[in-house]
Ligand binder design. Structure first.
Ligand SMILES: *[C@@H]1O[C@H](CO)[C@@H](O)[C@H](O)[C@H]1NC(C)=O
Ligand SMILES: *[C@@H]1O[C@H](CO)[C@@H](O)[C@H](O)[C@H]1NC(C)=O
Length: 350
């Protein structure tokens, strides 16, 4: 089996799910204009990556389910690579006991550029019954695997009860992670980031897999196959971007400029003042770790960090008051090595 797509941390969950109803109202009042998106059938844009029998296409051809059972996880990959784009899907996560499970929705070119790969991640971390899913976003540029840029969050809804849209916008100027129409993280390209801003063509991947082996606490939160198969459902898939041959594109060429101009003109490519407000509110309330405030790991915040006083105050002096040790899954082929990251061992309720 190809493990190059495997990722994530083990999961050590210990929190309550605060459903802040008023907050959802706030978000949706101000950001409810749905994006204008052209979706594509699964077979037109993607193919299976691994766990073939566990990649189950819907009968209408538009959606797909990824299963994890005791034999294998599964994953899909876009058939093309893109030089900038908007990657999006409506996703419904598995419910009940999902500890030890990792579901990733991400762009990467690790299979093509093993030493200098780029990557943008949504990584959903399963949980024990009754406890909510958590997730993180991360990015790597040009093989910067020694520098993780993780942020971790809770959600303002139950992601197992219905579909929600998870999107990654990636342009030459910025990266925005969206949940539904709420931007939860924006990374602006800065001069100082240099090659660590992802800029080579990437594919879109999604995977579900057993992350038990990397969990801390002696495997206390292993995947429990009594609850298998674990099923994550995708529909309304969006792949918008300039499809390129990665080698050709890296050696130069302006073939993408029209499509990228078009991409940058889309509604979702800009964080409007109202969206910025929603993003601030989300981060103030639901983000529980950001590398930008982790002064133990990064005494000087990395150049793209936009230090917001109210966020900084929440994370106090070190940004990791609530966090225990660290451990990390090591990619066999992704080139990642010893990335110090937090886990959730001591994470309490905010
Ligand atoms: C969750 O578990 C309960 C009890 O085992 C079961 O009745 C229910 O169908 C499960 N739900 C899902 C979505 O699997
Ligand atoms: C990416 O890394 C490679 C190898 O370290 C280096 O040669 C190259 O200049 C870097 N690219 C950018 C854009 O910084």
């Amino acid at each position: 089996m190809d493990h190059s797509s495997l990722r994530c941390f083990g999961t050590i969950p210990k929190t309550h799910f605060l459903l802040l109803f008023s907050f959802s109202i706030f978000l949706f009042t101000f950001t409810n204009a749905a994006f204008d998106l052209a979706t594509i059938p699964f077979n037109d844009g993607y193919s299976h990556l691994f766990g073939d029998g566990n990649v189950v296409r819907s009968s209408d051809g538009n959606g797909v389910k990824l299963l994890l059972d005791r034999y294998t996880g599964s994953g899909f990959i876009s058939s093309n690579m893109y030089q900038y784009g908007f990657f999006s899907a409506n996703i419904k996560l598995p419910s009940n006991y999902t500890a030890g499970i990792c579901i990733a929705f991400y762009t990467s070119n690790g299979d093509v550029f093993e030493k200098t790969h780029d990557e943008l991640d949504f990584e959903f971390l399963g949980n024990i019954a009754g406890k909510p899913w958590r997730f993180q976003t991360n990015l790597y540029g040009n093989g910067s695997t020694h520098r993780g840029r993780e942020e971790r969050y809770r959600l303002w809804f139950d992601p197992t009860k219905g579909y929600h849209r998870y999107s990654i916008l990636w342009t030459a100027k910025n990266i925005i992670f969206y949940i539904d129409e709420v931007p939860i993280r924006e990374v602006l390209r800065s001069e100082e980031m240099g090659g660590e801003y992802p800029s080579k063509p990437m594919s879109l991947y999604s995977t579900i897999w057993d992350a038990s082996n990397w969990a801390t606490s002696g495997g206390k939160y292993k995947v429990n196959y009594k609850y298998a198969p674990f099923v994550v459902e995708f529909k309304d898939l969006v792949l918008k971007g300039c499809s390129v041959d990665p080698i050709q594109e890296v050696s130069g060429g302006e073939i993408c400029s029209d499509q990228n101009t078009h991409l940058e003109a889309q509604d979702y490519a800009a964080v409007t003042p109202l969206r910025r407000l929603a993003m601030r509110r989300f981060r103030q309330r639901y983000m529980y770790y950001s590398y930008c405030y982790d002064t133990i790991r990064y005494p000087m915040p990395l150049p793209e960090c936009d230090i917001i006083p109210s966020e900084k105050q929440r994370f106090k002096e070190t940004g990791r008051l609530r966090f225990g040790g660290s451990h990390r899954w090591h990619s066999r082929r992704g080139g990642r090595t010893s990335i110090p990251v937090v886990d959730d061992t001591n994470q309490g309720v905010m």
